[in-house]
Design a protein around this ligand. Structure first.
Ligand code: PMP
Length: 360
């Protein structure tokens, strides 16, 4: 059986070339006589692999030495608690913007540790846009401002970065990191679960400004203390060695594609095509205000939801997998991260057009 187009939101498709490379190197990594999975994380060989991955990520995103880059465990969700524990720095409150399911989870967890001020929310209109930053009720004494630039479930994305002034901007970029260039210097911290644009699930990449380190609340579990992890090269304990290696292969692949400028061009084209098709159709619909549509996650509904299961079956028969929408939203969702080739989007549009013609 050959590889098919996998539109899963995460764990998501990885570039085939990366998986092939991992397969070639699986049993004997470059003459070492062992798999990367079997190496001591303290060995010179493995430390070299880990450092190369970090350097490649720094190159791709233009991350300066003012920032520590951490490869941690526990997924993006672990950061929902690690963020207040590390970044309150003696403050009591933190600002959060609520734009959907993942913002809500971050807010609920932060409430265990901090006085959370929801400075803006688009919940009242069903999360179809991002509230205008000029209207946000932020607090000047907030420890940080937390945003979710791409809501994976809703398919909602910020159209621009907010200006948080002196308050560190903290962003959950799980489903948008590496999809286009980003000015990292605008952020206090960026974090991303790996299973969309980076690598295997369980790994979380944290990019944090070094001047914010060293102020963790005394109750912070050692494993969650960014300073401890930065000082130990993310090896306070045994890191997720194989996932880190695989992330490194993805970073190398991205460099070979031409880096994030090249990804931006391709990702914009893929998203434009799919939304363009949806908008010209009377049968398919996407609810998000156009300026705030995600390039990575494209939810859409059929005019008659009784046709949903037939649509999904037909898609699967054509090798278009995992198009079912999130259980909280229904309908369909096509996740089109970096590893989804344009031919996959073309194949999806072809199928949608023929389904509409037959059943619409
Ligand atoms: N934030 C966002 C934006 C996500 O999409 C996800 C996962 N879908 C998470 C957080 C949670 O990630 P994890 O499962 O790695 O904890």
């Amino acid at each position: 059986m050959s590889r098919q187009y996998n539109f899963c939101a995460g764990p998501a498709a990885l570039p085939t070339a990366v998986l092939e490379r991992a397969r070639e190197e699986m049993l004997d990594w470059r003459g070492t006589g062992m798999s990367v999975m079997e190496m001591s994380h303290r060995s010179e060989t493995y430390v070299g692999i880990a450092q190369q991955a970090e350097q490649d990520l720094r190159d791709l995103m233009g991350i300066s030495d003012d920032y520590a880059v951490l490869f941690l465990q526990g997924g993006a969700s672990s950061q929902f608690s690690a963020i207040p524990l590390n970044l309150l720095r003696g403050h009591e409150s933190a600002d959060y913007i609520n734009t959907g399911n993942w913002s809500k989870k971050a807010i609920a967890e932060a409430r265990r540790f901090a006085d959370v001020n929801v400075a803006a929310s688009s919940e009242a209109n069903g999360f179809i846009d991002v509230p205008d930053p000029d209207t946000w009720q932020t607090r000047s004494d907030a420890a940080y401002l937390h945003v979710t630039p791409n809501e994976t479930i809703g398919g909602l994305a910020y159209d621009r970065l907010p200006d948080s002034g002196d308050v560190p901007l903290v962003a959950d970029m799980s489903s948008t990191i590496l999809s286009r260039p980003l000015d990292v210097s605008r952020f206090g911290m960026i974090y991303a679960g790996a299973q969309k644009n980076i690598g295997p699930s369980g790994l979380v990449v944290v990019i944090v400004r070094r001047d914010l380190l060293g102020h963790a609340s005394p109750a912070t579990p050692t494993m969650m203390d960014y300073k401890v992890q930065a000082d130990s090269g993310s090896m306070y304990n045994t890191p997720a060695t194989y996932s880190w290696y695989l992330a490194g292969l993805v970073f190398q692949w991205l460099k070979e594609q031409g880096g994030l400028e090249a990804m931006e061009t391709i990702n914009r084209r893929k998203a434009d095509k799919l939304y363009g098709f949806i908008d010209q159709s009377d049968f398919y619909a996407n609810p998000i205000v156009p300026a705030f549509r995600s390039w990575m996650n494209v939810p859409f509904t059929l005019a008659d939801d009784r046709l949903d299961s037939e649509f999904l079956q037909g898609a699967e028969a054509r090798g278009l997998l995992n198009l079912k929408g999130h259980r909280s939203v229904g309908g369909m969702r096509a996740s089109i991260y970096n590893a989804m080739p344009e031919s996959g989007v073309d194949a999806l549009i072809d199928y949608m057009a023929s389904f509409e013609k037959e059943r619409g």
